[in-house]
Design a protein around this ligand. Structure first.
Ligand code: 5GP
Ligand code: ZN
Length: 114
């Protein structure tokens, strides 16, 4: 997708602070962090949202989830607890339509979310 911000990060046309890269996933720090650890984990292939990722049916969702957990371990938040969030669709606040898992940790996270 030529006009997708996160595809441009995958293509290295837009800079990002990458913290983990696997064959099919990329993790980079959110530009506007909401917690001490706030990393976005994406499939390198373009899928608009979690529904499209789930339908990819080739283990890609599994790769993204495993990468999200690996980021949590690497960031030192896995033991204390962390949150993985897929905002899916406008009502959930999704603003970038290349699916991404937010990995949030490093502080106590309240529930329910806003
Ligand atoms: P959403 O609202 O779609 O769930 O999350 C999009 C996230 O992307 C937001 O948390 C926002 O701060 C982040 N973001 C938007 N533009 C950029 C960018 O250019 N670089 C990085 N690293 N994060 C971005
Ligand atoms: Zn994209």
């Amino acid at each position: 997708m030529t006009d997708c911000l996160f595809c441009k990060i995958v293509a290295k046309e837009v800079r990002a602070e990458v913290v983990l890269e696997t064959e099919r996933a990329l993790a980079f720090r959110d530009i506007n962090p909401q917690a001490p650890t706030h990393v976005l984990v994406i499939p390198k292939a373009h899928h608009a949202d979690a529904a499209a990722l789930a339908e990819a049916d080739d283990g890609l969702a599994d790769d993204v989830l495993k990468a999200a957990h690996a980021v949590a371990v690497q960031e030192g938040v896995a033991e204390g607890g962390y949150r993985i969030v897929f905002n899916t669709g406008p009502a959930a606040g999704q603003t970038v339509f290349h699916v991404h898992a937010h990995v949030l940790g490093g502080r106590d996270l309240t529930w329910p979310p806003g």
